[in-house]
Design a protein around this ligand. Structure first.
Ligand code: KIV
Ligand code: NA
Length: 261
């Protein structure tokens, strides 16, 4: 299958097609999501929470992001792969943001970066795109701002959210991710820009949808936000597989003759 690129995504928006996006953090997961036909894989800084076990996205480092991005980029044959700039690579100097973004293209086979920000990040987005690195902007709820926001909250400032998305588009962002806004605002933002929008908790009127894969497949024990649809329970599959294995050992039943030399 031919590679999904920023041009494919732009065409999907023009043609009224919907974009599917999921997070991936390692080779086998990226490979199976790619085979399933997911259009965009995101090496999200959510890996701090769902892989590393932290309670926010803040602790994950750039080197750790690159370690995971390298595996995902190597696995994906069709999907476009986007990598989050972790805190504070998108908050320090623009020069530093360009350097961090360039490492994604130089040290992995991934294709673009995502950073949290809208209007106030416009100069930064422009500089990264000018350096040759595609940027997806991320507006609405910004998990890296959790401490100044005093928690994770639905974002309702419609005028500001529209201004953020338009500024990101004007700065050259190829898409805008919208997190945790009321459905009518998700639609208003999408109507205000011509680049694809990808929603998470932003209603059904965005160009595409994204979820954290571990939420979708039931692979962690943490809190599930209202916007998650869980379509599998991988945790219970793994727990049963491990318990069955332990039990067969305790009963002296594993390994059987056919599993022995
Ligand atoms: O880090 C992440 O997984 C994300 C998605 C929730 C959009 O940014
Ligand atoms: Na993120």
């Amino acid at each position: 299958p031919s590679r999904v690129t920023i041009r494919t995504l732009a065409k999907m928006r023009r043609d009224g097609e919907s974009i599917s996006m999921l997070t991936a953090y390692d080779f086998p997961m990226a490979q199976v999501l790619d085979e399933a036909g997911i259009d965009v894989l995101l090496v999200g800084d959510s890996l701090a929470m769902v892989v590393q076990g932290h309670s926010t996205t803040l602790p994950v480092t750039m080197d750790q992001m690159l370690y995971h991005a390298e595996m995902v980029g190597r696995a994906a044959k069709r999907a476009m792969v986007v990598v989050d700039l972790p805190f504070p690579e998108g908050q320090l100097s623009i020069r530093r943001s360009i350097a961090a973004s360039a490492r994604v293209l130089k040290e992995t086979q991934c294709h673009a970066i995502k950073l949290e920000g809208g209007a106030e990040a416009a100069k930064r987005i422009d500089a990264i795109v000018t350096a040759g690195i595609p940027v997806m902007a991320h507006v609405g709820l910004r998990p890296q701002n959790v401490h100044v926001d005093g928690g994770y909250r639905v974002q309702r400032n419609e005028q500001q959210l529209i201004a953020d998305a338009k500024a990101a588009e004007d700065a050259g962002a190829f898409a805008v991710l919208i997190e945790c806004v009321p459905s009518d605002i998700g639609k208003a933002i999408t109507d205000a820009v011509s680049v694809p929008t990808i929603g998470i908790g932003a209603g059904k009127n965005t160009t595409g949808q994204v979820l954290v894969t571990h939420d979708l497949i039931g692979f962690h024990s943490g809190y599930l936000p209202k916007f998650v649809r869980q379509t599998a329970n991988v945790r219970s599959v793994i727990r049963d597989a491990a318990a069955t294995y332990a039990d067969s050992i305790r009963r002296g039943e594993f390994p059987a003759d056919k599993e022995s030399f």
